[in-house]
Each structure stands twice: as structure tokens, then as C-alpha cells.
Design a protein around this ligand. Sequence first.
Ligand code: NAP
Length: 337
Amino acid sequence: MKAYQLVLEGETPRLTVIDLPEPKPAAGQVVVRVRATSLNFRDLMILKGGYARGANYPVVPLSDGAGEVVAVGEGVGRWKTGDRVAATFFQEWRSGPAAPETAGSALGGARDGMLAEQVVLDEEGLVAIPEHLSFEEAATLPCAALTAWQALVWRGKMHAGQTVLLLGTGGVSIFGLQFAKMHGARAMITSGSDEKLARAREMGADFGINYRETPDWEKEVLRLTGGAGVHQVIEVGGAGTFEKSLKSLALNGHLHVVGGVSGFTADAPLGLMIGKLAEIHGIFVGSREMFEAMNRAISLHRMKPQIDRVYSFDEAPEAYAHLQSGAHFGKVVVSVG
Ligand SMILES: NC(=O)c1ccc[n+]([C@@H]2O[C@H](COP(=O)([O-])OP(=O)(O)OC[C@H]3O[C@@H](n4cnc5c(N)ncnc54)[C@H](OP(=O)(O)O)[C@@H]3O)[C@@H](O)[C@H]2O)c1
């Protein structure tokens, strides 16, 4: 079976296709025929060799994938052949708080990931995918969707009448928009593109702000909220946006520190944090328990992930290039087989 692998040449990872033996499940393991995978910003960092939490090269890339169970090992009770499943980002984070070993169980970095025709995983590292979703749609859920869910719903306890702010129209933020509408919240979203803002409005965004035309967008957020600010921000921008996000926040609001598309090191404006009585959460994807709760909501609301473009397995390098270009809206998917 074929798989992609990131191999170090000197210090630089190179994406290559390799042939691996068909995986066989040991006791408690399941073989999944991967049908689709999706890319995240993190995968670009792992491709370039600059991922802060490291990667164990050579490594099969991509954390996110969905497929069907084709073989089960001895003693497997959770799954049978033919079940439609997605892998959990952290193979060892089942429920409750994260543990020291959680980060070391991340697929597509610490451990081999999903950009392969088949993978073998512990039966505990999988969730059932919502019935109404295709494999391509389900493959978008493990990282970006769960990150937005953990932030807004699990930690931020989003509820009807709140206002939330999403930055940019990438994977995490578009899921944030969809979860906000699902919960009856008002959603504001920024983008560097008017065309993308128009698409976000079609999906239910109540306000869109172009951060290129309005670089002081935090003032616009405050104006649009009558000076009150927003109850929650998913902070994916990092260096260039952290302070603006904090200024956009309502008193006692939740600021979810998720990413750094404009850099991962920002000044910490301590006075603002204190003055806003801000609840600041570091968010790292989520547990299987959170994933299962999110899937129940997605099923109930028959929510469909926003896929920008689907590439074939052979076109995986083009999928990376497309994500890198920033032209996408929502998720970039690689179909497998
Ligand atoms: N902590 C976690 O568990 C976790 C999980 C997932 C992702 N992340 C992090 O969250 C961030 C987003 O990830 P993603 O997968 O959603 O990325 P993505 O799909 O690549 O989306 C990034 C989007 O950010 C917007 N953007 C780019 N430069 C910007 C800037 N200077 N200011 C504001 N917005 C800007 C762009 O939207 P427009 O084109 O609309 O402007 C772009 O499409 C990354 O830093 C990633 O590492 C963290």
C-alpha cells in the first residue's frame, strides 16, 4: 500500500511516496482503509520543519482522516469491519483533562498520520463519523472542527445571544462560524478578502470586517457591539492580532489562544488582560469525549463542513501548495483511493 512520508534531507523535510506492507492489526488494533484526509495549518509547519511541538521524522503526515474499518485485531470490541470512522488527533486523550503524554500521541507529527491508503490504530483512537457526512466531509473534523468546538462550546460555554469573533476564513474559523450559528450566537468574522467575507455572510455571519481595509478592526468590533465587545474570540492570528483580539473582548469574555498565522510570539498586554477580567484559555484540539459530543451536535443539526477543494491522493503536494497560498475558504481535502 502507498503512503506519503516526510523524510529529513539534512534538516529539511521532503515529501515522498513510499510503499509499505499491508498493515496487520495486533490485539486491540484496527486497520482503517483511509478514504479521505484533510490539511491544517500545522501540516504546513511540519512540512517545512518548523513545528514548535516537533515531529518524529520520517513520519506519515496529516492528523486528519476518515475511512472504513477493514480488519480488527483480537479482543476489539468497539468496531467491526465496514464501520465508518475518523481518527482522533490525540490518540491518547480519551476524556477528562489532558495529560503529559497527550501531546506525544498526535497523529501526523509525533506519530504516523493519515496520508496513507491504510493505517493501523488502537481501537480507542477512533470515533464513528456522522451518518450524513461523506468521507471527505468527515475528514475535516478531527483538528479544525474540534479546536473550534473545544474553544467555543466546551471551554467558552457558548449560548444563544452571545457574540463571537472569528479571525480569517480558514478551517478553524469557518467551523467556529458554523458552531456559533448552531448555538444561536451572533458571529463576526474578519478576512483579507471581500469575496470571502461575502461567502461567510451567506453562511450566516452577521458582520464581516476586511482586516486589510480596516487595520484597526478591533475599533469596528467595539462599534458594532455598542462598545460592549464580544463574549468570545477564537484567536488564530497570534502576533499580529492578539492585542486587537483582547481589545475586542467584552468584560469577563473568553479569549481562546489557538494559533499564530501571523507569528507565534506576541507581547502580553497584562494591563488589558486584567482590565478586561479576561478568561484566557490555551486550546489544543480536544479529547475523544469532546469529539463525540461535537459529532452528536453535527448529526443533530445535519451540519456540513465547508470544503474548499478536494485533491486526489497523487495531488497531495498540490493540496499543500493550495493551503499555503491562503486562497482557500474552509477546508482543503485529499481524497484517497
Ligand atoms: N491550538 C490548536 O489546537 C490548533 C488547532 C488548529 C489550528 N491551530 C492554529 O490556528 C491557526 C489557523 O489554523 P487553520 O488550520 O484554521 O489555518 P488556515 O485554514 O490556513 O486558515 C488561516 C486563515 O487565516 C487568515 N489569515 C492569514 N493571515 C492573517 C493575518 N495576518 N491576520 C488575520 N488573519 C489572517 C486567512 O484568512 P483570509 O484569507 O480570510 O484572510 C487564512 O485563510 C494556525 O496558526 C494553526 O496552527 C491551532
